[in-house]
Design a protein around this ligand. Sequence first.
Ligand code: SF4
Length: 363
Amino acid sequence: MTKTILFDLTDAEREEFITQMGQPRFRAKQISEWLMRGAPNFSVMKNLPETLRAELDNVAQTLPVRIVKKLESSDGQTTKFLLELNDCEQIECVLMRTSYGNSVCVSSQAGCAMGCKFCASTLLGLKRNLTVNEIFAQILVAQWELRTDNFSSNPIRPNGDANNNDVSHIVIMGTGEPLQNVENVIGFIERANHDMGIGWRRITVSTCGIVPGIEELIKWGRPINLAISLHAPNDELRKKMMPIANKYSIREVMDAAWRFTDLHNRQLMIEYLLAGDKDGNLLNATPECANELAEILRGKNCMVNLIPWNAVAEREFTSPSGNAVHRFQDILIKNGVHARIRRERGNDIGSACGQLRLNNKKD
Ligand code: SF4
């Protein structure tokens, strides 16, 4: 029997569902409060009678996602969830406990159609767009984790205190291309801001460069952060790494991105993966590439996140040496471009996007 997902109902529909079970209306309100805390099942809803909890368990489920696997990094700061949707598609979401707060990286699609050569998420293609509720539920999974976390077991967690157990930042950078599902992504952000009080400036959308999607964000007008996955300083090289480069040139992508950030006076994030080819030759991490990138970004309000390539078994890239990474960063900085080397979080739990889902499909 298909179970009703209570999170997907409106307040009025939830009330009707509960009263039809012969329960008073206030039970619907109690359940709604539990749902907004991310309750994974009915057994945790201790203010409901046990008989009702058992009855609900037979006919309903709480959220539109359920945890299939949960992995924790050895430093205890990153938790990665493999989640299953109701049609059995799988997505990933990652909770990162940082010195500035608790950040959640959410997925916007099951799979991805973009075909970036370095990415595990696209290897099985696009399955479908996620709904607003399916994206939002990922935040609730993380929130529940934070509030039920056994902090004392890992004293090095920066946020290991009871007052700091809320999700404070969101990055839409998990599986999928958010701007291919722009309507639901906007719906999700509006809801995260309205229902959970997460400020616009604490929310980041990352895109591989879907120009019409950036135009949509400009029209929408909220001052969120934008990140562009650039990964190459010229179209020729970018086409080898990212098929989307055949559709939109770097110039077109950057024009739209600068218009977005100028509108809101925000710093643009540039994601730049540093990789070598399968023979170990630097691909996009040469000093020439660094100089070319600096040409594009000089004098602009942006920050380059340099990401040394992360092993994905199915992809034939290699990681550049630490020297090459630092040399690349130095060239950007000498040219007046802000650049930092992104500390990889949770490498030991397959931090590369899509790895967990892919590996589970093979199990
Ligand atoms: S990097 Fe992002 S846009 Fe590219 S294939 Fe992976 S999930 Fe899709």
